[in-house]
Design a protein around this ligand. Structure first.
Ligand SMILES: N[C@@H](CCC(=O)N[C@@H](CS)C(=O)NCC(=O)O)C(=O)O
Length: 208
């Protein structure tokens, strides 16, 4: 049973979607980042970077527990644990999937996150931040739209690159993007939204 430390954010939901897609059993430990629970010593012992998500797999690669943070690394690990699922079987396909995963980790996540900060979290909107990150978010949508106009998924087949990107695109209203302007992204988004594992994973953490 994998322990998942998470909250209801795009980075957290990448991992719950992946666990659901792979059918790997997991236990959710909500870390309320709105209440600064990510700074508690017991969580810092798991992720010294005080961010969700993190996992602890008691049955790691060498039979010993493995603690992991950084959602991209967790997705690669879970893919291997599930026998290579959601990464293409060919070397060429695998590198293309990793390329789009890194594009998400280095571009989509940080830039959309900054857009959310300036567009939503601040009481007084700062036009410089809103414009800078809003423009960058739209540029990244343009890159995604071009790719998804040529291929059904980011790496030709549904992969961890899509699993990483989808929860961020699910927040398109937060970064003020109209998906109607990016028809290939919309087609991809609607297809992924219909996957039962995605629906389940996007509802984590289940809070009463
Ligand atoms: N690169 C990290 C980013 C993780 C991250 O930024 N998580 C956010 C929630 S989406 C968080 O925990 N924020 C808490 C904070 O800023 O203190 C990953 O992909 O795992």
């Amino acid at each position: 049973m994998i322990d998942l430390y998470t909250w209801g954010t795009p980075n957290g939901r990448k991992v719950s979607v992946m666990l659901e897609e792979c059918g790997l059993p997991y236990r959710v430990h909500p870390v309320n980042i709105g209440k600064d629970e990510q700074f508690k010593p017991e969580f810092l012992a798991i992720n010294p970077n005080n961010r969700i998500p993190a996992i602890v797999d008691p049955d790691g690669p060498d039979g010993r527990p493995l603690t992991l943070f950084e959602s991209g690394a967790i997705l690669v690990y879970l893919s291997a644990k599930a026998g290579g699922r959601f990464l293409p079987a060919t070397d060429r396909g695998k590198y293309v999937a990793l390329q789009w995963l890194m594009f998400q980790m280095g571009g989509v996540g940080p830039m959309f996150g900054q857009a959310h900060h300036f567009m939503r979290a601040k009481k007084d909107e700062i036009p410089y931040g809103t414009e800078r990150y809003g423009k960058e978010a739209k540029r990244l949508y343009g890159v995604l739209d071009k790719r998804l106009g040529e291929a059904p998924y980011l790496a030709d087949e549904y992969s961890i690159a899509d699993i990483a990107t989808y929860p961020w695109v699910a927040r398109h209203e937060w970064h003020r993007v109209d998906l109607a302007q990016f028809p290939a992204v919309k087609r991809w988004y609607d297809a992924i939204a219909r996957r039962p594992a995605v629906v389940r994973g996007m509802a984590v953490p289940f809070l009463n």
